[in-house]
Design a protein around this ligand. Structure first.
Ligand code: NAD
Length: 486
């Protein structure tokens, strides 16, 4: 791998501390960092290199799961790559000092001008930082440069388009790596292999055999300390436009002619191009909006959304969304994709359930039996694995057919974290599991009529009890088509 300089904006922040430093450390332990590298942290605080290194060390002690965080020599070697410079990102002149530091480190280490800029800062700074990278000369390199940013990518179609236009002044589109951390989850990355490397599933992955697809991302937590932010964005902007649609794309994409970043990403775009747009007045038919009421979670009474600190008692914001989607291509036509996501739900779970068609449902009619549908369940979190439900005769129950489940579970302890996989890919220049701008644009296009319908209050806001699986209307959405949530 190329030697490089990793320039981290927002190095004193929460994401850096909880995810970025531990992930880089794990890559370092596994020999997945380049032979020579330096990490330059930037933040507003006036820190010395030593203070920064102590901060990184503390982050490893607190957030790294690996036992090597107690190995002083390994930790010391890793920390020696870190330098710090204070910078207000809006201070144009300050970037010259950063450039000086970067060049000095490149010279000391004898490494080429390969620079990765990671913006772990609020999105309103993306634009000013990329412009300053360009104008200061930080982006004028003989090697390669990459820009890594985190969602949100705009808050609607227009702002997303403006953002890409601005970033493209300083970086080529293929130098920009957009992180949706759901794409870093091992089982999401595994979707490709499950579907394409297994002829058994590959041959069934179409509307001839699949009855419906159900994608759930349920949380048990409420809005917590993000209340003020969440009340402005709601579940569509927080979860659906990005994470849920990424899961739809990963599930529905067709087999590419070869497994490569461009091929996979182009197949994902195809899904979005065929995703049936909802007209504003149709939203009420296919989308269910909900908000949590008080209820019991693990025996403890938790407050309603409108009684949460920092939330107005009159808030009409949604904390739950269920929706029915259609992909109008020859592979998926007629197969509903149901998605649901919400807070304060009964269980924390992200999973994809593929329900297969059941043409032999009545085969055992004479014995007064009905066979259950086959299910393939891809568990994304908190457990990571695959289950298959199939029918089997139970000799202990008069030889009747009963659904049984075979389950493969990954060893959680040895599974890398999403950020580890994504950072490793960004360092290698592999963009397979990063979001393309076209996907962002098409996702916003799809979400806009829904957001407009919400703003105009065109559909009811269903209340659901905390600790439930969402409002009754979400169950009805599937019942209308003869299905149920699994
Ligand atoms: P944070 O508020 O903890 O950290 C922000 C960082 O930006 C700090 O280092 C701060 O010093 C710096 N900063 C703010 N204004 C600055 C200025 N004018 N000049 C220089 N530096 C400035 O935020 P965070 O939680 O670390 O989140 C960073 C980004 O990552 C955000 O875009 C957030 O949406 C995204 N994100 C965070 C998480 C998470 O787990 N924390 C998860 C997903 C995405």
């Amino acid at each position: 791998m190329d030697s490089l300089t990793f320039v981290l904006f927002g190095a004193t922040g929460d994401l850096a501390k909880r995810k970025i430093f531990p992930s880089l450390f794990h890559l370092f332990l596994d020999g997945k960092m380049p032979k020579s590298f330096t990490i330059i942290g930037l933040g507003r605080r006036e820190w010395s290199d030593q203070t920064f290194q102590m901060h990184v060390e503390k982050s490893l002690q607190t957030f790294s799961k690996r036992s090597e965080n107690g190995d002083a020599s390994k930790v010391r070697e890793f920390l020696s790559a870190f330098r710090y410079s204070s910078l207000d990102v809006t201070d144009h002149d300050g970037y010259k000092q950063v450039l000086g530091m970067v060049q000095k480190r490149e010279e000391e280490l004898g490494i080429p001008e390969n620079r990765l800029f990671y913006l772990s800062v609020a999105p309103e700074f993306f634009d000013v930082i990329s412009q300053n990278i360009k104008e200061s000369g930080l982006g004028s390199i003989k090697g390669w440069k990459r820009l890594v940013i985190e969602k949100p990518f705009g808050h609607d179609l227009k702002s997303a388009q403006e953002l890409i236009a601005k970033l493209s002044n300083a970086f080529e589109v293929d130098e920009i790596y957009l992180i949706d951390h759901y794409l870093g989850k091992p089982m999401v990355q595994n979707m490709e292999s499950i579907k394409f490397a297994n002829p058994m599933f590959q041959s069934l992955w179409n509307n001839k055999h699949i009855a419906n697809v159900q994608i759930t991302a349920s949380e048990t937590v409420g809005v917590e300390e993000r209340a003020g932010y969440y009340d402005q964005v709601g579940a569509i902007r927080d979860m659906v436009q990005n994470h849920m649609l990424q899961l739809v794309m990963m599930t529905a994409m067709q087999q590419p002619t070869r497994i490569g970043a461009n091929e996979i990403r182009n197949k994902k775009i195809k899904v979005m191009e065929f995703l049936r747009p909802l007209q504003k007045d149709e939203v009420v038919r296919d989308v269910v909006r909900g908000q949590y009421e008080k209820g019991y979670m693990n025996g403890e009474l938790v407050p309603a959304y409108t009684d949460e600190p920092s939330i107005e008692g009159t808030s009409m914001n949604d904390t739950f969304i269920a929706a029915r989607l259609w992909i109008d291509d020859p592979f998926w036509s007629g197969v509903p994709f149901y998605i649901r996501t919400g807070k304060r739900m009964k269980e924390k779970s992200t999973r994809i359930v593929i329900e297969f068609k059941n043409p032999i449902k009545d085969l055992y009619q004479e014995k007064n039996e009905e066979t259950a549908p086959n299910l393939l369940i891809i568990e994304i979190g908190p457990n990571e694995g695959i289950s298959i439900q199939f029918n089997s005769k139970n000799p202990l129950n008069h030889g009747k057919n009963e659904p049984v489940t075979g389950r493969f579970l990954a060893n959680k302890k040895s599974m890398p974290e999403a950020y580890e996989l994504l950072l490793s890919d960004a360092l290698h220049g592999d963009s397979t599991f990063f979001v393309q701008w076209k996907e962002v644009e098409l996702s916003w296009k799809w979400a806009e009529p829904i957001l407009e319908a919400f703003e105009e209050n065109n559909l009811p806001l269903h209340l659901y009890q905390s600790g439930s699986m969402g409002p009754e209307a979400s169950e009805q959405l599937l019942q209308e088509d003869g299905f149920k949530w699994w």
